[in-house]
Design a binder for this molecule. Structure first.
Ligand code: SF4
Ligand code: SF4
Length: 345
């Protein structure tokens, strides 16, 4: 594996060069919170964070977007709206890289989604290893502490500089063109291993009582558990847990036509199974009317239905759902451990 090192002063220059040549999106700090936004100077870029409020999925599947525009006269014309300009996301943690990899598979299967895939093709992903663990994160238990094959470049802070792992030809070219690097020494490589183990160890301090591979079986045996109703009774149906989740991808699509009936657009926006009307159809029937059925569905989808598609659990352990839930009932660790105790009692 070719590992390079960039010293901290040269890193600032590297970021500056990228900003001059690309749209660079990255993590910014506001008080004690972190969020992804446009980076205008190297000083704005924060690589020392535990978890952002919203994951970087918003760059590939935006909260709201126009899919196509149409005119009805003199003849019907329809034009797809596609974004193609290359851009960089700088500072993506391994669990979010793994989530993006899952989204790539979801949006590529069946009829591939050209809007999502065009943005993915246009993006360069620069990962960074976490320097701290958010209070509700459990990404080690979800085997998302590293993300081989999911990045173009991967940075690890080793104090005086960053170790960089090259993950693709695009990443290699970017580094060669804009960065001043040298080969990592054996001692520096060992330092990276030690840093990763230390962070992973602190993430393991709270987590699942059982291995991740048992989650699908647990879902199959827990359909009748009273825990679903007990938790769901406190649910506000606000949808926060699904909106902040890097592996949730459901959306709604609708048309808006101007008053002249000559022009219009087709739009889509995030939607999700915890919202009251998500499973409501045109006749007025709601297939998941009760809070319990909606609440349980979220776990079944991630732990069982998508497992059959992805051969992986659709949760990377970021803990955002748990942090964002006002009723404090969305924590997968708490729910899965409680279910495990309940079905094995
Ligand atoms: S379910 Fe929660 S912990 Fe799992 S990936 Fe989604 S937001 Fe993160
Ligand atoms: S964030 Fe909490 S209260 Fe809101 S929908 Fe999700 S589980 Fe329910």
């Amino acid at each position: 594996m070719d590992l390079r090192v960039i010293e901290k002063p040269d890193h600032g220059l590297f970021v500056q060069n990228l900003i001059r040549n690309y749209r660079v999106e990255g993590v910014k700090r506001r008080g004690r919170t972190f969020f992804y936004g446009l980076i205008r100077s190297p000083e704005e870029l924060c690589l020392d964070f535990d978890c952002t409020i919203i994951p970087p999925k918003k760059y590939f599947s935006p909260p709201k977007e126009t899919l196509l525009q149409f005119t009805t006269a003199p003849s019907l014309e329809v034009a797809a709206v596609m974004e193609e300009a290359p851009f960089i996301i700088f500072g993506v943690h391994p669990y979010d890289l793994k989530a993006i990899q899952q989204m790539d598979r979801i949006f590529s299967r069946g009829v591939p989604d050209p809007h999502y895939l065009k943005r993915r093709e246009s993006a360069l992903l620069i990962g960074v290893d976490p320097t701290g663990v958010a209070p509700r994160s459990f990404w080690v238990d979800m085997e998302a502490d590293t993300a081989p094959g999911c990045f173009d470049l991967m940075f690890t802070d080793i104090g005086e500089g960053f170790i960089i792992e090259i993950g693709s030809r695009k990443g290699e070219d970017l580094l060669a063109q804009y960065g001043k690097t040298r080969k990592a020494t054996i001692a520096e490589q060992q330092q990276r291993t030690n840093i990763r183990s230390r962070i992973a160890q602190s993430c393991k301090e709270k987590g699942l009582d059982f291995p991740k591979r048992q989650i699908p079986g647990l879902m199959e045996r827990s359909d009748e558990s009273l825990i679903w109703e007990e938790k769901a009774s406190k649910c506000l149906s606000c949808g926060t847990c699904i909106m902040v989740c890097p592996t949730c991808f459901c959306f709604d699509v609708w048309d808006e036509v101007e008053l002249d009936l000559l022009h219009g657009e087709r739009l889509r926006r995030w939607d999700g199974c915890l919202l009251q009307d998500f499973a409501k159809v045109a006749s007025g029937e709601n297939f998941r009317e009760s809070k319990t059925s909606r609440y349980r569905h979220r776990f079944f989808k991630k732990g069982l239905y998508l497992f059959k598609v992805l051969d992986d659990i659709a949760c990377v352990g970021c803990g955002r759902c748990s942090t964002g839930c006002l009723a404090d009932i969305a924590d997968p660790v708490d729910v899965l451990n409680s279910l495990n105790g309940d079905v094995n009692a």
